[in-house]
Design a protein around this ligand. Sequence first.
Ligand SMILES: [Zn+2]
Length: 359
Amino acid sequence: MRPEQGIRFLRQFQELLTEGGFVATYKFALMQALADLSVEHEAARDGSLRLHVEQLAEKFVEYYWNQARPFHEQVLRQNTSGQAEVLRRIEEYRPRVDGRLGQLRADQTAWSTLVRRIATIIIKMPLWKLQTVGNRKNEFLYREAEYRDRSIRLLPGVPDAFRAFHPMLTSMIRGGWISQIHRISANQEVLGAEAELEGFLFGTDRRSLERFTAVLRDHQAGKCFYCGKRVSGAGDLDHFIPWSRYPLDLGHNFVHAHKGCNNAKRDYLAAVSHLERWRVQNFDEGHKLAHRLNEAELDHDLERSLVIAKWAYRQGQASGARLWLRNGQFEDCGYRWQAALQVPGGLSVAAKERLPPYK
Ligand SMILES: [Zn+2]
């Protein structure tokens, strides 16, 4: 991507974010979905990417799932008048699975019914409105004329721009999303400090964090992922690919570590030796971790976690990032991460190996 193309993309994106008249928060969810799917899927040879409306809908369910639980005893409104339809749909499903997204996903029929319903809302509401600012349509992301078989096509260069600017775009989107929720008058009395709201909207549910911690601690036999020494006490659950680089709460992106090791790592990518250990922990043990996550009914997707790790390190290589080895010690992010992420048998084998659903 040439620098001037990057700047042009950012300008246009910013315009959509700040202008556009939306009554619901769907605009933000749709933008985030386009950005995330651009990272998670390989673009075509010409740099374009076709996305099914159902793929967008799955993302909507993921984003709104935790947001549909009560915040200080009240589900936040995501629409200026009444509740947004997507939230109402999700609220119907949450109690059936005790709020566990992983469990809903394992129930194929329920999952696909919900996804189809959300997809219908996306087609009706934000999909064709997103790129209209004022009365003017600026189809720089995808074109209505290219819509077919329930799919849109991100124009050549767009997936590339989403990948390059993902962390920045994510914080722009979230900032806009939070402001809109603040502006909805029905929310104003229940809302506390903005920081608290951000954690609620975009963080992981505390109950599932505790369950993730238990699974990872078991899986690592009580040892710290980074230094290999015993963890006494609770320890920390660390996002292996840092949350600030890509907010991913899938099981394989978590490791259990000392509080001290986790604090020292902060938002750095881990050194190549850690990366290799991460790949072994996730891939080379007969998918044991995936089985444990299944048993605990926790959300995970090995293929997606690997794709995102590759993307994060490729970004690190391109920007000359420093990789964290241990407290105070770093190494350069060269190309050696590529070998560390080589999966024996290739990704396709891992992807094809569908685990049996729990229950
Ligand atoms: Zn440690």
